[in-house]
Design a protein around this ligand. Structure first.
Ligand SMILES: NC(=O)c1ccc[n+]([C@@H]2O[C@H](COP(=O)([O-])OP(=O)(O)OC[C@H]3O[C@@H](n4cnc5c(N)ncnc54)[C@H](OP(=O)(O)O)[C@@H]3O)[C@@H](O)[C@H]2O)c1
Length: 300
């Protein structure tokens, strides 16, 4: 716990987006691009080509997961880009049915093999064990976390983090963690952005990363977003992504469409006003996936 406190005091993530570096500092001193590339449902050749295209268009963060079934394709896309390994921040995730100390170590090995990489930049627990599915969910998460801490110490993972953790899951993890999670990747888009959890993570020095930043397309057609986009001569997608990074939250939009891949990283030539940010903050619920850490595999 002493080590954790030391990190908290010594390294603070930036509180204001650094427009020139376009990176966020994690609590373990590693840096992560604020705009990355999602790959859920990008399978086979689509996966290879979209990752390659994203990397050739300036993306340097690639997000995948064991459950997506596309780690081989993502690895091939990375190789095809010709960009050196050290320049790319690669994330994958431990699936929720494979939690536990031994399983975590075995799963990381499988993911690295599929990706054809020697190390990961970020490994996330995809979903926490929860009370509905585990007799002792706290211990299950803690066991996976201990394995991840060891894998990090061995150099197989640079940063370790979590995904879809509510405050209760984080608080339980803090009881035994020697290393703080660097990131919590959560559902975060206009119409569903979990402001209290986001605030809690920031206060704990954990960077928030947004999944489904475009609510899988459900943000399109919203009149308020369209009006803001028109004013800035940008697209609704760019407005949503810009709103997220102005919250100092990482975005990882997914696309297999070249024009959209280019569009989604072109976010640094405009700024939303505080009134526009506030307006988007207060949009009514839209596009919520219904996926909840406490009730998986059921949806709400
Ligand atoms: N940790 C978790 O539990 C979790 C959960 C979900 C997602 N994720 C991660 O987050 C990433 C992003 O989330 P997501 O894939 O669910 O959804 P998303 O990025 O919000 O939306 C992707 C959808 O939007 C379309 N799209 C992308 N850019 C567009 C643009 N500029 N204009 C119009 N349409 C556009 C894409 O179509 P095309 O591809 O056809 O262009 C695709 O159908 C995932 O890929 C994955 O890496 C993590």
């Amino acid at each position: 716990m002493c080590l954790v406190m030391f990190y908290i005091e010594r390294v603070k993530p930036i509180t204001k987006l650094d427009e020139t570096m376009r990176e966020i500092l994690l609590n373990d001193t590693n840096k992560v691009p604020i705009v990355g590339f999602g790959t859920y449902k990008s399978m086979g050749q689509d996966g290879v080509e979209s990752v390659n295209y994203a990397l050739s268009n300036g993306y340097r963060l690639i997000d995948t997961a064991a459950i997506y079934g596309n780690e081989v394709a993502v690895g091939k896309g990375i190789k095809a880009s010709g960009i050196s390994r050290e320049e790319i921040f690669v994330t994958t995730k431990l699936w929720r049915e494979n939690l536990g100390y031994e399983a975590t170590k075995a799963e990381l090995k499988k993911s690295l093999n599929r990706l054809d990489l020697q190390y990961l930049d970020l490994y996330l627990i995809h979903w926490p064990a929860n009370a509905k599915n585990y007799d002792n969910w706290q211990k299950t998460n803690a066991d996976s976390w201990r394995a991840m801490e060891e894998l990090q110490a061995e150099g197989k993972i640079k940063s370790i983090g979590v995904s879809n953790f509510f405050q209760e899951h984080l608080d339980a993890l803090f009881q035994t963690a020697k290393v703080l999670p660097s990131i919590n990747q959560i559902e975060f888009h206009p119409g569903y952005w979990q402001p209290e959890l986001t605030e809690y993570c920031k206060n704990q020095n954990i960077v928030v990363e947004s999944w489904s930043p475009l609510a899988r397309g459900k943000v399109f057609g919203n009149e308020a977003l369209e009006a803001i986009a028109k004013k800035h001569k940008k697209t609704v997608s760019q407005v949503c992504l810009r709103w997220i990074i102005q919250h100092d939250v990482i975005v990882i939009p997914k696309s297999v469409t070249p024009k959209r891949i280019e569009e989604n990283i072109n976010l640094f030539d405009f700024e939303l006003t505080s009134e526009e940010v506030e307006l988007i903050n207060n949009l009514p619920e839209m596009g919520f996936s219904g996926e909840m850490p406490n009730s998986w595999p059921d949806r709400v």
